[in-house]
Write a protein that binds this ligand. Structure first.
Ligand code: ADP
Ligand code: MG
Length: 340
């Protein structure tokens, strides 16, 4: 039984910005201590705004939040001592060296003398920055900078670490290295990590629990496997050679939805998404129905439901459309059709 208080608890956070922008529209989050929690959502969903409120850098219009047991509005100073923050943009001073950045950060949190020197060396070693410690940060690669950012967030041994899009902008190799690093951090005793990401794969790999955020609130929450497992059957995706008009769409949604073993037909322009009890068995019937309707198919794929399908189910649109930066794609099996 878990009797410890949550490491992060946000209730009904609302935040609007001038110009009638609703950044948060009733955000609810609970993060258990010692776990990695992922806030997954497209660009503009409200992830950074949530992090800013939880790290005391912004105030909500209404709602409440506690971090490490402290109220973010009543005791921001206590919250700040308990947390490490890695913001979406780098916080390091580019003209200082890696070591200087870490020493300065340590002093801000009251470390000095031998304990400070030890902590800085430990972090330089741990984040494989020891060799580059004496060089100015402006000469660092993207991956080195991001590793330094994480090290900076850890200098004072926080209880809760916030990572806002820790791998955005990194090349695939640096991203994989950062994933390994975050995985190791998660094994550290007691450390709670709240990370935000717009990469489906990142949330899937790193987070024990994820909350999918859309338009300023959580649309669904659970473990990655649990969320995928709730979707029955297989995900079938068909790419049409030409987009359908409104009338064709409605007609086809009806026709495909009437097929045995086929549920939840969603057609968006040239993309048809269907869930089927048995994807391989449904495929010939789906293709036959499309042929009868005079619609030609470019590609057809069957896969186990992915987080992309979970997002589609709860947000009502495909992730790649909500977030063109996401690079969302299927790793699914191509069964029919030509090149894209
Ligand atoms: N300082 C600001 N002023 C005005 N609008 C903002 C500001 N910060 C964020 N927004 C808007 O609030 C919404 C949520 O933004 P954000 O929290 O940064 O989303 P995410 O981090 O998920 O991409 C977006 O529509 C964004 O344009
Ligand atoms: Mg953001």
């Amino acid at each position: 039984m878990n009797t410890r208080a949550p490491a992060v608890e946000a209730r009904q956070l609302i935040k609007t910005y001038p110009g009638d922008v609703t950044a948060l529209n009733g955000m609810d989050i609970t993060v258990e201590p010692g776990t990695v929690f992922g806030l997954l959502g497209p660009n503009g969903a409200g992830k950074s705004t949530t992090v800013k409120i939880l790290t005391t850098l912004a105030r909500p219009d209404s709602g409440t939040a506690t971090v490490a047991g402290h109220d973010v509005l009543r005791h921001p100073d206590r919250v700040r001592r308990a947390i490490g923050v890695v913001a979406q943009g780098s916080g390091a001073d580019p003209v200082a060296t890696g070591r200087e950045n870490l020493r300065l950060q340590g002093r801000l949190f009251g470390l000095k003398g031998a304990p400070l020197a030890r902590r800085v060396d430990e972090l330089l070693e741990r984040f494989t920055l020891a060799e580059a410690a004496g060089r100015q940060v402006k000469g660092y690669s993207g991956g080195m900078r991001r590793r330094l950012d994480v090290a900076l967030g850890l200098v004072h041994r926080p209880e809760v670490l916030f990572l806002d899009e820790p791998t955005t902008g990194l090349d695939p190799e640096a991203r994989t290295a950062m994933w390994e690093e975050i995985g190791r951090l998660a094994g550290d005793e007691g450390l709670t990590i709240l990370l935000t990401t717009h990469y489906l794969e990142e949330a899937d790999r790193l987070a024990e629990r994820i909350a999918i955020v859309d338009r300023g609130r959580v649309v669904v929450e659970g473990t990655p496997d649990g969320l995928k497992g709730e979707l029955r059957g297989d995900a079938v995706h068909l790419e049409l050679r030409a987009p359908l008009g409104e009338a064709g769409r409605t007609l086809l949604e009806g026709a495909l939805g009437a097929l045995a073993g086929v549920h939840e037909v969603l057609i968006d322009r040239a993309r048809v998404s269907v869930r089927a009890d048995d994807g391989a068995a449904a495929m010939p019937r789906l293709l036959g129905e499309l042929e009868r309707a005079g619609v030609s198919v470019a590609t057809a794929t069957v896969a186990r439901p992915s987080l992309d399908d979970v997002y589609l189910r709860y947000a009502g649109r495909r992730y790649a459309e909500a977030d063109p930066r996401s690079g969302a794609r299927d790793d699914s099996l191509v069964l029919a059709g030509g090149a894209r």
